[in-house]
Design a protein around this ligand. Sequence first.
Ligand code: ADP
Ligand code: ZN
Length: 620
Amino acid sequence: MDRKNELLRKTFGWTSFREGQEELVDAVLSGRDVFGVMPTGGGKSLCYQLPALLLPGVTLVVSPLISLMKDQVMALRSLGVPAAYINSSQSSEEARRVYAGMRAGEYKLLYIAPERLTLEGFTEAARSLTVPLIAVDEAHCISQWGQDFRPSYLKIPDFISRLDRRPTLAAFTATATPEVRGDVERLLGLRSPLHVVTGFDRPNLRFDVLKPHKKYDALLGLLRTRRDRTGIVYCSTRREVERVCEALRLDGYAATRYHAGLEDEERRRNQEDFLYDRSTVMVATNAFGMGIDKSNVSFVIHYNMPKSLEAYYQEAGRAGRDGSPADCVLLYSPGDIYTARMLIESSAENSELTPEERARVTERDYERLERMTEYCHTTGCYRGYILDYFGQAHGERCGNCGNCDGSFTELDITREAQMVLSCVLRVHDKLGYYVGQGLIGRVLRGGRDKRIFALDLDGLSTYGIMRGTAAGRLRDIFDALLEAGYLRKDGDHGTILPTPAAREVLFHGKAVAMRVKSGPEAVRERTSSRSGRTARVPEPEYTEPGDADNRLLEALKLLRLQIAREEGVPLYVVFFNATLTEMVRRKPRNMGEFLEVPGVGTVKAGRYGELFMDEIKKCL
Ligand code: ADP
Ligand code: ZN
């Protein structure tokens, strides 16, 4: 076996390279610049970590999120790889120690924040070292077109030019758009790099979009069936984060929160609580997650629709990084569009772009939002929609998304639609202005509140004609009419107006249909809201192995938890979930077999092998 494959198996514990990894590793080893575009979770880090072990000297890794370096370094050390980081969160004592270790050539990998590159002291220290390779993680941060522009990334080329010998450059990103890719290549000064763009598909992720009336109830329903799992709930605004997190805590969930408005200290603490599995639900804005390598995130729920599919796929992609089945559920409501528009407008105001640039960026943002909204409404395969967006070919149905495995019922709601639309018109005729959905609904259902009587709306012919329709169903009908474009909402006042198309329904009998999801998620949501807050709902979507295997898996997880506590590391630093599952499947009885388990390298086998095999023996 050559050194490369030996390291892959023995140190990293993987049996084979993933798509794109080997080409990138080979190019870097031959001294050629590379540009790797892989989806989140695709395995970018191995592409520079493995070469770093084979090259002389120390590889520098530029990474934007200082709070996570510690974690990455810890994971490397657990594999027996000498690595360190330098950033502003360290005490000067610690930093001195790392500088000393760096000069003594103790490390193969050194993680640094981009700001560090502008410090004279660091440049001086770096000049005395052999630096064969600089890896730039999240390379899209260098581009203004990217979602996370970081001006300090622009300093990377300066830094490189001050080294005696230009190292090989390896840039990595998960961003798909050609503008950003072009920017990265130009601004970093990559020299005829090898481009590797791997498939964007993540087959272990199950995508779904739900359109619940009450998002919070739907969220509880989803969480209830995932109590023993860890996941992220993304919200669009800080306020929503606080609200949802607070409510979840009151409902007994170990939830924590993250957004840019919190004190550094709290952010750091909450993030660690989540990384170390002390909190199982992270409620956060998109400020959370860049560069996070928490492999056992088993669901990502979007409480609001994000601004673009790039953002959505990046955030959702934080689920299932260990390859286990994971869920990505988006809870959509039409109001999300207004929030997204607001965010687009305010980010345009804040930026330091020229007016023309700003207009172009805003226009592009609106196009992206349009596609994102379309995704929420597609009746085709969700995965297919995403892959189309990123320009990748795919089969017609993936079989693992809400539209492929859920079933729909089409309801004819023409009559109900006519009642609603005519009520909207009658109320307008009577009052001379349009009103909100709530009031129309109450008129239709024969409500007896003061406002109705004060406005004389109980005298209308449409008053009470939908008495027998449940409030929830009526809201479905409103949603369907809004979506189909027969009604529209006035953004400023939330009033409901008919569109010209409504005439077709009212006066020409045009049929209106409403799709109702009757897949597993829909069933679960209904069951859970009926059975009250503390009810446990059985999980339909995961096929678990037999009982004995389940018990063994639980036993191994417990053992992992004990080890992680003793060593003060996150669970996945000991072993990934997928690795434990494989252990259960293979039941290794000796070191040889233990080393065959994907995810097990020599260091971990030596450290934990006996313990885990003892546990397996007990359960045989
Ligand atoms: P990203 O591309 O998002 O930076 P990572 O490098 O963090 O992804 O890798 C994602 C996950 O895949 C990690 O848990 C990593 O350990 C695992 N992984 C990476 N390479 C391989 C491989 N060749 N075989 C199996 N798992 C791998
Ligand atoms: Zn599908």
